[in-house]
Design a protein around this ligand. Structure first.
Ligand code: SAM
Length: 219
């Protein structure tokens, strides 16, 4: 869990770099009020996703794991007019809250939520036209399946980002064998010899604790 100094550090930096934002605050509050788990990305991580998308001029984005749409709002705000984001969520309740939050943020026309198991839904996405970026943040045992779908769907030079790949350093702890951790290890083992993606893990510390993003480029 995050310690107070890490939270203070994020809040300090955010106070210069991330303006207070009604739609994002509404998304967090409405999600909490309706009992969704508090497992969305942090504000700093959300902004990083937004900057990544803008830095490659993303027009078409996929997201696996919507929750209340907090990261969805950050990512879809990076899209130009006519851009689109499709986000996959297994829970009807989460999808309903996310739709409310996306509507409140004025992003209804850019975002489509697909309800159901993401592995099944992704299989139905045509291979063409390609997507610019995929953000993977759902059930961790399926990380490798999502990565492989991402490789099929993301254009050359496009970006693949996976959340929660460090997990308090426990992914590297030989004593740790929970299914979420095993799911990350399978992803890493695959990437070791994968000639279609070049990636790195960046560990992060802040209000979400000690974890990390895997950032990859589709070759
Ligand atoms: N990306 C969100 C954010 O930062 O605001 C957080 C997503 S949360 C960590 C993970 C979400 O994945 C949950 O809402 C959960 O219901 C969903 N999920 C879990 N298993 C899934 C599956 N098999 N297919 C689709 N979504 C799934």
């Amino acid at each position: 869990q995050p310690n107070p100094e890490w939270t203070r550090s994020d809040l300090y930096h955010n106070s210069f770099l991330i303006a207070p934002d009604d739609a994002l605050e509404h998304a967090r509050k409405n999600s909490n009020d309706q009992g969704l788990p508090e497992i969305a990305v942090s504000a700093a991580q959300g902004k990083l996703l937004n900057l990544y998308a803008r830095s490659i001029g993303a027009k078409r984005i996929l997201e696996v794991g919507t929750l209340g749409g907090y990261s969805t709002i950050w990512l879809s705000r990076a899209l130009p007019d006519g851009g689109e984001l499709v986000t996959f969520e297994i829970s009807e309740k989460h999808a309903k809250v996310a739709q409310e939050n996306i509507d409140y943020a004025g992003l209804t026309s850019k975002v489509k939520i697909v309800v159901g198991p993401a592995a099944e839904s992704l299989k139905k996405v045509p291979s063409e036209p390609k997507w610019d970026l995929i953000f993977i943040d759902a059930d961790k045992p399926s990380n490798l399946a999502y990565l492989l779908e991402g490789e099929r769907l993301v254009r050359k030079g496009g970006v693949i980002i996976v959340d929660n790949v460090v997990r308090q350093g426990r992914v590297a702890d030989p004593e740790a064998n929970e299914e979420d951790i095993v799911g990350v290890r399978k992803l890493l083992e695959h990437l070791k010899t994968d000639e279609d993606v070049d990636a790195t893990t960046i560990a992060t510390v802040g209000e979400k604790g000690y974890d990390g993003f895997l950032y990859g480029i589709r070759l």
